[in-house]
Design a binder for this molecule. Sequence first.
Ligand SMILES: CSC[C@H]1O[C@H](OP(=O)(O)O)[C@H](O)[C@@H]1O
Length: 355
Amino acid sequence: MQSSFSEVEAISWTGEQLKLLDQQVLPNQIRYVLCSTAEDVALAIQQMVVRGAPAIGISAAYGVVLAATIGQTLNTLMTSLDMLSAARPTAVNLRWAIARMKALIDVHVTSSKEQQVTASLKEKLIAEAIAIHQEDITANKTMGQYGKQVILATLSGSHKIRVMTHCNTGALATGGYGTALGVIRALAEADELQQVWVNETRPWLQGARLTAWELSQEKIPFVLGVDSAAAYHMATNKIDWVIVGADRITANGDTANKIGTYSLAILARHHGCKFMVVAPSSTVDMELATGNEIEIECRGNHELVMLGEKNVAPENTVVSNPVFDVTPASLIDMIVTERGVIENPSLAKMQQLFC
Ligand SMILES: CSC[C@H]1O[C@H](OP(=O)(O)O)[C@H](O)[C@@H]1O
């Protein structure tokens, strides 16, 4: 029996453990994974028990707390930070969160000259992880309003907004509320949303399983479609905006996101649909000049050839399973962050907000 969405939290800190809603089995099963160590958290991120760029950053921050054992040497603690940082390669939020926790450790060492974890440091790490979590929710609600305002400003007035979204960028992928799905929530809350076209998002089905679940729980009108029907829906004039999340945005505005996003951007440009990327500043990586430098994660063959328990491909089929792609800034009409909105992103415009 599905629980109501409002009754579940994707990420919660119990004070001793990190409790994660297992997104591998949603929506048909509500199952939690309890993490007691940094290794548990790293495995949960790798297995996609928890997924979504902001959500894995937040989880890694709590993983640092679990790694910090009072009396432990800081050198040993740093090994755990490196392990967490390497759990998945594409979403920069993971490294951003770890760097923020490490900065706190460095300040503590400089001020206290301590070389091991103390009770005081542990308390500061817990507070920092909780702050990272809460800040993400606040950022999402801010971006929801920014994105809604931008879209309504372009409204022709003839109909309510029709959007297409890809993957899952909601409360399950973040600290809460969502990024692209946060904008969709804000439009729905303002009664300005006609319908959401949800791409199933093969092969892991974040759209069909997770976004459909979030929207159905909140009675937001949506239609589920196969990824390859996106062009058809745009060609038959059903889409005003394509709104997606991000895993890494480089200095020039190039954006890595779930595989299929790049083709959606090309289709949107061809069909005159607007294309919006919504992501907190923890997803921006100003150290990378362009999207060509982003490491694209490739995952196991089983994710592509297995339908349930059944292998649908011939034995020994060669598989390619990159799970992200890069959309050039030239195809992005709007990047929405909690620091502000960038229209027609460029290096100069990104530097104004992030340098
Ligand atoms: C706000 S979630 C950002 C991003 O993360 C997802 O990837 P995954 O499900 O593999 O973690 C997807 O690319 C979302 O757009």
